[in-house]
Design a protein around this ligand. Structure first.
Ligand SMILES: NC(=O)c1ccc[n+]([C@@H]2O[C@H](COP(=O)([O-])OP(=O)(O)OC[C@H]3O[C@@H](n4cnc5c(N)ncnc54)[C@H](O)[C@@H]3O)[C@@H](O)[C@H]2O)c1
Length: 310
């Protein structure tokens, strides 16, 4: 992608900062971020000449003046915590749903070509039809998951009503450099790594035989850019399409860090799903292939990042 003007909401966060960095050298990028969970230090050069940084809440900016010359929007800003959404469902609705409808409305008014939305595998809830296909009915079990499902419906309705192009990407368990070890998502990888590096015993909830489908953050950034370029409107799962058990994950991390530390097992957490695996056939609509064999390489890059940044 070259010579475009692009808005990234949440561009200082874990995933958004990887997308922003991918785009910066060849495009003008506007980032809106209220720094609630994002950090300026997530960008190598926050003073990049192609970057306009708006450190404000998405709900308090004048979107019409910002979107005037914008070609594409990557929309990541959201309340991204499931527990917080359970605690504050009304705020979750305002920040995730109302703010998105407002943004889509401004996109239509300003002739934005396409919106790429960060959705989540959380919309599948406790659906057990593995591998999970985008055509399954959403079964949200939290206000967060409901807000993502709701935004997907709004995207579809704006496409039908006003012709606003969109792709909603349902990320599975994202991991990689810059992930906050206190994040509510896939926290298992940063938690294992940081516990071992700090000489603590990592914890597994349950018997460790639960499975997850992990996806590397740079593949997620690529998914966003490919989705923007593709001639496709709809929902796409973003994952490796393979599941590994938490016990297997722990042994890989243990091997990578060359440690003898053993894991401590605690009772299963209420609400944790047992298995998660994506059907990734829709990824071909956005020309995306993820090689599951890169998992160990990506994990060691992540480990090295934590070694340098803890
Ligand atoms: N990390 C994952 O595994 C995962 C999985 C599924 C979906 N997602 C979705 O991907 C998106 C990015 O997630 P992330 O892991 O990078 O989280 P993150 O918390 O690191 O990033 C979110 C960014 O948005 C900003 N933000 C939040 N609310 C805002 C608001 N009202 N106005 C302006 N800025 C605001 C935050 O400061 C932060 O920089 C989110 O929409 C999240 O729901 C993430």
């Amino acid at each position: 992608m070259k010579n475009k003007t692009i808005l990234v909401t949440g561009g200082l966060g874990f995933i958004g900062s990887h997308i922003t960095e991918e785009l910066l050298d060849n495009n003008n990028v506007i980032v809106i971020d209220n720094l609630s969970t994002g950090k300026l230090s997530n960008l190598i050069n926050p003073n990049h000449e192609n970057l306009e940084l708006i450190q404000k809440d998405l709900q308090s900016v004048d979107l019409n003046s910002i979107l005037n010359d914008v070609d594409y929007v990557f929309h990541l800003a959201a309340m991204a915590s499931v527990p917080l959404s359970v605690e504050k469902p009304v705020t979750c609705n305002l920040e995730n749903v109302a703010a998105t409808v407002n943004l889509l409305n401004a996109c239509v008014k300003n002739d934005v070509e396409k919106v790429v939305f960060s959705s989540s595998s959380a919309v599948y809830g406790e659906n057990k039809n593995m591998p999970l296909k985008e055509t399954e009915l959403p079964m949200p079990t939290s206000p967060y998951a409901a807000s993502k499902a709701c935004c997907e419906l709004y995207l579809k309705s704006f496409y039908e009503s006003y012709g606003l192009n969109y792709v909603a990407l349902r990320y599975f368990n994202v991991f990689g450099p810059k992930q906050d070890k206190n994040s509510q998502y896939a926290a298992v990888i940063p938690n294992f790594i940081s516990a071992i590096l700090e000489n603590d015993q990592p914890v597994i909830y349950g018997d460790g035989e639960q499975t997850r489908d992990f996806v590397f953050v740079r593949d997620v950034a690529k998914a966003n850019i490919n989705a923007c370029k593709a001639d496709y409107n709809g929902i796409v799962n973003i994952a490796c399409g393979k599941r590994i058990t938490i016990n297997e994950l722990f042994s890989i991390i243990k091997k990578t860090l060359n440690t003898d530390i053993d894991v401590r097992y605690l009772p299963e957490r209420l609400g944790d799903i047992k298995h998660s695996q994506a059907d990734i056939s829709n990824m071909e609509h956005i020309n995306l292939k993820i090689d599951p064999n890169d998992f160990e390489k990506n994990l060691s890059e992540t480990v090295n990042w934590f070694k340098d940044n803890l």
